[in-house]
Design a protein. Structure first.
Length: 227
């Protein structure tokens, strides 16, 4: 059996320990995600889903527990090693697109590839391919201010997948969109995920969207609830 693409074991995280304002956000989270699997993480606000995603994506470190990506135990690894794995293997999508306003849609997808050492012509070809898959070929030369909210988020999806990650982490990726646009944008995301075969952990409040994924995990009180 192959190694899970993401494996968390007994992950705990708190803030301000030993003070009156101490908060225990995660309380021994166990989670495994296989290559090609889409998993919804459903949680109320303040349940710790964003913290969990940040730890899973090596943007933050747990107080205790194990985080492994593609079979690599990242526990105690230095910033350089964590950055290399994050750049190579992990793609992030947030509720707000965070596109660079001075660059076109294509350039926003090209830039992370250039940062990873990809030649510009190759990066441009990859950007064009991804934008075509989400129906934005005709908008490639438009800047974010010239795009609708749904179009901006589809560009953000392409940017997250530009460097061919093996793990996608998304935090309420359609939470800032109206229901009709949310459904259309989510369909575009799922098509990309299916085509590329990567593992995806997607936090959402939308139970209808969650039901379209392979599994649904519920989180409350800093723990993953038993199915």
């Amino acid at each position: 059996m192959s190694e899970p693409m993401l494996h968390l074991e007994a992950v705990a995280k708190g803030y301000n320990p030993g003070t009156p304002g101490a908060v225990q956000v995660l309380r021994g989270v166990d989670l495994s995600l296989a290559a090609g699997e889409t998993v919804a993480l459903v949680a109320p606000s303040g349940a710790g889903k964003s913290t969990l995603l940040h730890i899973a994506g090596l943007l933050d470190s747990p107080d205790s527990g194990t985080v492994a990506i593609a079979g690599q135990d990242m526990t105690g690894r230095g910033d350089r090693a964590r950055t290399a794995v994050r750049r190579r293997d992990v793609g992030f999508i947030y509720q707000f697109h965070h596109l660079l306003p001075e660059f076109t849609a294509a350039e926003n997808v090209i830039l992370p590839q250039l940062a990873d050492g990809v030649a510009r012509a190759q990066a441009a070809a990859r950007a064009g391919e991804l934008l075509e898959r989400v129906g934005l070929s005709a908008r490639a030369d438009h800047r974010p201010a010239e795009l609708s909210g749904g179009e901006q988020q589809r560009v953000a999806f392409c940017r997250a997948l530009a460097n061919r990650p093996r793990l996608l982490l998304a935090d309420e990726p359609t939470g800032n969109l109206d229901p009709e646009t949310s459904d259309r944008v989510f369909s575009a995301l799922m098509a990309l995920v299916t085509e590329t075969g990567l593992a995806a952990l997607i936090a959402t409040h939308n139970l209808d969207l969650a039901a379209r994924m392979d599994r649904v995990l519920h989180m409350d009180g800093g723990r993953i609830a038993a199915p």
